[in-house]
Design a protein around this ligand. Structure first.
Ligand code: FAD
Length: 310
């Protein structure tokens, strides 16, 4: 029997960029599925650039494992009718978990340019997913006279809508409360789970959860943790996320002369973060897997969440 995780764990994968990468990705899905994660999410290229490959990977997870796949969907540059059709297509494929995102501006466009399209925020997309799935449900059955309401046959789609949250604010935020207001709006729009952007210190996440609760956010907030196993990856994620440079981690990676040593530094850092957020009350951990099962499984093992390697 493979070892399974002791706290809810989930992973993020991205679709293979070429057909040649598909067998290795499927092996990664198999190895991650073996520890029975709560879900595996699949990224979506803003503007629909990975639509077919994302859907193919989601279908693969659905068809070959018992793990729930979660589809990231973005709304930048989409019309209302395109977004509606996209949501229907994913629901028809059997996908019931979504991560509703705005998406980053297309290459060359700056924040503030008119790149958004009909749906201007993740909250609006969450609301649209909620509406589209509700319309598909056969609520139409008339109640049978004399029978209590609960006896009516209803087959709801059991859709879960997750959204992104930003412990250190979003680069687009204009004041320190804006990202928490955005999260409140997402919850009001129907979101039932938030997944955070990566962060480097446990307190960034824990204090963000406290501030969100004080502001009235009630949905679970899953910490998103990314093992940083090379200086190059660190530079890349800082560029993409707008996070500040984590000094100690940057130095520890820089002074390691070998790739193996740098990987060990990244795993130690990520596993310490996992332990700290779980001890601080996190409802689970979401690991950015970079399509590599070995690294995230090593992080879980080092955090003592995996009794032995799957
Ligand atoms: P929103 O919540 O709509 O907005 C982002 C920020 O803008 C808010 O936090 C707030 O500060 C501000 N804001 C929102 N509404 C308003 C308003 N009305 N007025 C003023 N300011 C406002 N990108 C992809 O392209 N594909 C992916 O698969 C993907 N996956 C991701 C997964 C996770 C867990 C995370 C954290 C991010 C992911 N991203 C992905 C990146 C994401 O699309 C970007 O961070 C994007 O810039 C913001 O998306 P959002 O869903 O938070 O947008």
């Amino acid at each position: 029997m493979p070892a399974t995780v002791e706290v809810p764990v989930s992973f993020e994968l991205y679709p293979a960029r070429t057909d040649a990468g598909i067998p290795a990705l499927h092996e990664t899905v198999r190895r991650l599925a073996a520890i029975d994660p709560a879900f595996i999410s699949v990224t979506y290229g803003a503007g629909g650039s990975t639509r077919d490959r994302s859907l193919a990977l989601l279908r693969h997870i659905l068809d070959t494992t018992d793990v729930e796949p979660m589809a990231h969907l973005t709304c930048v540059g989409t019309s209302y009718s395109e977004a509606t059709a996209l949501i229907r297509e994913f629901l028809d494929a059997g996908i019931t978990r979504f991560l509703a995102l705005r998406g980053d501006p297309p290459e060359g466009a700056a924040e503030g340019d008119d790149f958004l399209g009909d749906i201007r925020s993740a909250a609006e997309l969450a609301q649209l997913i909620d509406r589209v799935q509700a319309e598909r449900v056969p609520y139409g059955e008339a109640p049978v006279p004399g029978l209590p309401q609960a006896a009516r046959v209803v087959e709801p789609h059991d859709v879960q809508i997750a959204v992104a949250a930003f412990p250190n604010g979003h680069p687009r935020s204009r004041h320190s409360r804006e990202h928490i207001d955005a999260l409140l709006a997402k919850e009001a729009a129907g979101a039932t789970l938030a997944i955070t952007q990566l962060f480097f210190y446990a307190d960034d996440y824990l204090s963000f959860v406290d501030r969100s609760r004080t502001a009235g956010v009630t949905i679970p907030i899953l910490p998103g943790i990314m093992p940083i196993i090379s200086p190059r990856r660190l530079q890349r994620v800082l560029q993409l996320s707008g996070e500040s440079l984590p000094g100690e981690l940057a130095v520890a990676l820089d002074v390691e002369p070998t790739a193996e040593g740098q990987r060990a530094v990244g795993i130690a850092h990520a596993s310490a973060l996992v332990r700290a957020v779980v001890e601080g009350g996190a409802p689970g951990v979401h690991l950015y897997a970079f399509n590599n099962h070995a690294t995230v499984l090593d992080v879980l093992a080092a955090a003592d969440l995996l009794p032995s390697r799957a």
